[in-house]
Design a protein around this ligand. Structure first.
Ligand code: GNR
Ligand code: NI
Length: 192
């Protein structure tokens, strides 16, 4: 098992569409385990493979676990998830995303969905979800299509959030360059 770095906005890979997997084999199961470990460590209640730069149609979630209660963990894994039915009824949830840290916004989505997927043993399953499970599944399936929760809010809010993350990325890149330049300059100074 391994912790994987989580991609942060505006990483372009978050906008790519993930590819279906051929079958759930040992390699996919190992990736699912890395995703669960990364999700629990974050901590988060869901994670799409896209968020660790693996462009595969895989997601993991655990909406049962309370952060302080290891015993209540209920890890769920989904390969090639497909929403086969959505309710007309909508529900609103205050969503966050590990790839858009510290931003929370109300998002309206179908309240109930039916999802067809492959389980850990490569068997086809269907699940009917409501509540936070329905919200989280839709949020993760969006990731597999290059869609983020900010795409469901007002354009004004979305652009404010996008700009904030573009600025932060530029600042990080400049800081990293400055550190590098200083490190490279040091031996010369010592010699002189
Ligand atoms: O940890 C997460 N919490 C969350 C809260 C409300 C709606 C969706 C989510 S998913 C998020 C983890 C994440 O970014 N998954 O892609
Ligand atoms: Ni997310």
């Amino acid at each position: 098992m391994a912790l994987r770095p989580i991609l942060i906005l505006p990483d372009k890979r978050l906008r790519q569409k993930a590819q279906p997997i051929a079958a759930v084999d040992d390699a996919i199961r190992a990736l699912m385990d890395d995703m669960l470990e990364t999700m629990y460590a974050a901590p988060g209640i869901g994670l799409a493979a896209t968020q660790i730069g693996e462009m595969k149609r895989l997601l993991v979630l655990d909406v049962a676990k309370r952060q302080d209660e290891e015993a209540s963990a209920e890890p769920m894994v989904f390969a090639n998830p497909d929403i086969v039915w959505s309710s007309e009824e909508l529900s609103t949830y205050n969503e966050g995303c590990l790839s858009i840290p510290e931003i929370y916004e109300e998002v309206e989505r179908p309240a109930r969905i039916r999802v067809r997927y492959l389980d850990r043993d490569n068997r086809q399953q269907e699940i009917e979800a409501d509540g936070i499970l329905a919200t989280c599944l839709q949020h993760e399936i969006d990731h597999l299509n290059g869609v983020l929760f900010i795409d469901h809010i007002s354009r004004l809010k979305r652009e404010m959030i996008s700009k904030k993350f573009v600025k932060a990325a530029k600042r990080d890149a400049e800081d990293a360059k400055q550190d590098k330049d200083e490190t490279e300059a040091r031996p010369a100074r010592l010699e002189g």
